[in-house]
Design a protein around this ligand. Sequence first.
Ligand code: C5P
Length: 236
Amino acid sequence: AAAGRLAGKTVTVTAGGTREPLDPVRFLGNRSSGKQGAAVAEAALAEGARVRLIAAHMEVPVPAGAELVQVETALELRDAVHQAAAETDILVMAAAVADFRPGELAENKIKKRDDGADPVITLVRNPDILAEAVQRRAELGSGPALIVGFAAETGDGTSSVLEYGRRKLERKGCDLLVLNQVGRSLVFGQDTTEVRILSPQDAPGTEPVAVAGTKAEIARHILDRIAGELDAPLPS
Ligand code: C5P
């Protein structure tokens, strides 16, 4: 087996942005480039892990050596994640999953109407795949030892980005949450970013250090933390 702190481990990474079809030629998408997820996959490969990359729409190449599962929609990504979970030690949910999808898929291209009426698109909620993965692990009593989520937050007048991150960590139930502050400098598509890694184990009132760097540097930071968590398992 390859040397590295994750030799013998299987890491599943979701990356990119899902696309939710409206008709045969149109979709609702998002600006995720897949850069952060690809960088995490690369860093996991460098640590000797077996890496499965569940890729929605990506604007960067898939790292050589990763096993690729190509998906398009949130529902396809969900199936791929749940299928992979049984043989995954570490699940990293870096994909930008659409929260909503069109309620119906038009069989034919939506046409401009002669009466000039505007089409109406109804959206329905997609499942929260990260929260589901956490829930399934609890139900089955098996699955990934570590489930890592991502959050891009802006904060608002009353709550800080950190407070939002803490609430999201609690709501999703994951083991680590990689918190990105967005807004002033948009993170999507960019090469550098700043993150804090939140854990349910953090002492109340503490502020985890912010680490800034390229997405490759951030990925190595995340993998350092993951390797550390595996060495010192969380109390269950
Ligand atoms: O709720 P929010 O979209 O901010 O949460 C982000 C995290 O949740 C990411 O890890 C993302 O991959 C995951 N997510 C998911 N299913 C959704 C929405 C987000 O797994 N429907």
